[in-house]
Design a protein around this ligand. Structure first.
Ligand SMILES: Nc1ncnc2c1ncn2[C@@H]1O[C@H](COP(=O)(O)OP(=O)(O)O)[C@@H](O)[C@H]1O
Ligand SMILES: O=P(O)(O)OC[C@H](O)CO
Length: 498
């Protein structure tokens, strides 16, 4: 009887469940959005129970749609929005507060203090990360400080911490397994990425009790089995777990050092596999853990760009100059150029390679002739320029030539953006037929552990190209555009300097 892998892809704005067969076809899918909470400007929170409910809903829907019983499932793979932090009571299973989302900035003061007290290099050397409120550590500190009794309860061993993968594993196993994988652990700013352990000295610095932390395992490993009988009448093994960007890297077959992918979602996350080598970035890239061709741990360099697809949402929901994100494609093609207009979409500051939390968005070069089309084009271009900022930095820091890039995520469907991106980077860009590369990666990780797939050779052929984009822009023009972009970023930063 044919078997399937069920993937739970728990993202920032929606939860998806996808069933994959052995040929890598996504035979059934279900998706559900869940509420976002903004208790104060720049704070973003989720209700972990609402996330869990959305997971149950999409699993139920996808099993119905695919007419699949739990006994038809080979295994489960989980991939998730990273860094988002949940703390819950071990006994009751109730979160002590909303989950603090990766985008949330309520811990800026804590990170500022860590920097001011001179801990930046120490933290970076151990974790590969910039000290930033993006990562989990200061979110845990905030929860332990702000929620009454939380610190005492944590010290008494009554509370558990997890990123969303850990929360879901714990719920699916009815509290039997408290675990995470290397890729998610590497985003907490508590994990020593060289020794592959929770770092005692960092925990002491942050005053975080070790007892609340999950066990850390390989991404392709045994995470127990479902005990949640309401949905899984027969138990199903959980054997693949990875943060969504590392899962996408794996799903794009970026198994070798030097392979690069970019996922164009709410933000953009450009990752380069660097194999056994932890490349230490001097220019704002993150050193992070990823998966090698066996599903074991390896290193990657990452450039995290906070606002890309969400700038398109701003055109739609904020400015209301488009109805649908796809409209931007036609509008951009209606112009021969960007007409000298540059938009720096630093709505929540800038991530890699700038890491400037103070800068805010800026628009340059507006004239009486500036139109909706110009805004659409300049916004799409800003996505490509931000990607170039990261890719150039990767080349500089690794000395490796990047000869091509694989792409996925919502905005990778935009033909103008992809063509312009190829022009800006001056390398070819390839988009796969199955756009669900994040879920694909988690499926591969799960299936490699159970023997559903023997090895990565067997899954390599599943990746097929849908769109190829080759550069076609004279160098002088490319340099001119990009120089102007860099100037726009500098000017925006200058405007917001204290
Ligand atoms: N055709 C398109 N052109 C430009 N942007 C798009 C297009 N389709 C989707 N997007 C953008 O991509 C994002 C959604 O992509 P998705 O991969 O689902 O993101 P996430 O996983 O971060 O929620 C949205 O921010 C949306 O504005
Ligand atoms: O949920 P996504 O796809 O926007 O991804 C979020 C990232 O994992 C944050 O680091």
């Amino acid at each position: 009887m044919e078997k399937y892998i069920l993937v739970i892809d728990q993202g920032t704005t929606s939860t998806r469940a996808i069933l994959f067969d052995k040929e890598g076809n996504d035979v059934a899918k279900a998706q559900e959005e869940f509420p976002q909470y903004f208790p104060q400007p720049s704070w973003v929170e989720h209700d972990a129970n609402e996330i869990w409910q959305s997971v149950l809903n999409v699993i139920t829907k996808v099993m119905e749609e695919g007419q699949i019983k739990p006994s038809d499932l080979d295994s489960i793979g989980i991939t998730n929005q990273r860094e988002t932090t949940v703390i819950w009571d071990k006994e009751s299973g109730m979160p002590i507060h909303h989950a603090l989302v990766w985008q949330s900035r309520q811990t800026n003061q804590i990170t500022d203090k860590l920097v001011k007290d001179g801990h930046e290099d120490f933290i970076r050397n151990r974790t590969g990360l910039k000290v930033n409120s993006y990562f989990s550590a200061t979110k845990v500190m905030w929860l332990l400080d702000e929620i009454p009794q939380a610190r005492v309860r944590a010290e008494n061993g009554e509370l558990l911490f997890g990123t969303i993968d850990t929360w879901l594993i714990w719920k699916l196993t009815e509290g039997k397994v408290h675990a995470t994988d290397y890729t998610n652990a590497s985003r907490t700013m508590m994990f020593n990425i060289h020794e592959l352990v929770w770092d005692d000295e960092l925990l002491e610095l942050y005053r975080i009790p070790k007892a609340i932390l999950p066990e850390v395992k390989a991404s392709s490993d045994d995470y127990g089995q479902t005990e949640y009988y309401h949905v899984f009448s027969d138990p199903v093994r959980i054997t693949g777990v990875a943060g969504d960007q590392q899962a996408a890297l794996f799903g794009q077959n970026c198994f070798e050092p030097g392979n690069v992918k970019n996922t164009y979602g709410t933000g953009s996350f450009i990752l380069m596999n660097t194999g056994d080598k932890a490349v230490n970035s001097e220019n704002g890239l993150l050193t992070t853990l990823a998966c090698n061709d066996k599903g074991d741990v390896c290193y990657a360099l990452e450039g995290s760009v906070f606002v890309t697809g969400s700038a398109i949402q701003w055109l739609r929901d904020g400015l209301k100059i488009i109805k649908d994100s796809i409209d931007t494609q036609k509008m951009a093609y209606e112009l021969a150029s960007n007409e000298g207009v540059y938009i720096v979409p630093a709505f929540v500051g800038l991530g890699a390679p700038y890491w400037d939390s103070n800068v805010r968005g800026a628009i340059f070069g507006v004239t009486r002739g500036t139109s909706r089309q110009t805004f659409a084009r300049a916004t799409l271009e800003s996505i490509a320029y931000q990607t170039k900022d990261v890719v150039e930095t990767m080349v500089q820091e690794t000395g490796l030539a990047i000869t091509q890039m694989k792409v996925d995520g919502g905005a990778s469907k935009n033909e103008f953006l992809m063509a312009f991106q190829a022009d800006m980077l001056n390398i070819p860009i390839f988009r796969p037929l199955i756009n669900e590369t994040t879920a694909m990666g988690a499926a591969y990780l799960a299936g490699l552990k159970t023997g559903f797939w023997q090895d990565t050779e067997e899954i390599r052929h599943i990746w097929q190209v849908d769109g190829s984009f080759y550069p076609d822009m004279p160098e002088t023009k490319r340099n001119l555009y990009y120089d102007k972009w860099r100037r726009a970023v500098e000017a925006a930063q200058f405007f917001h300097q204290d």
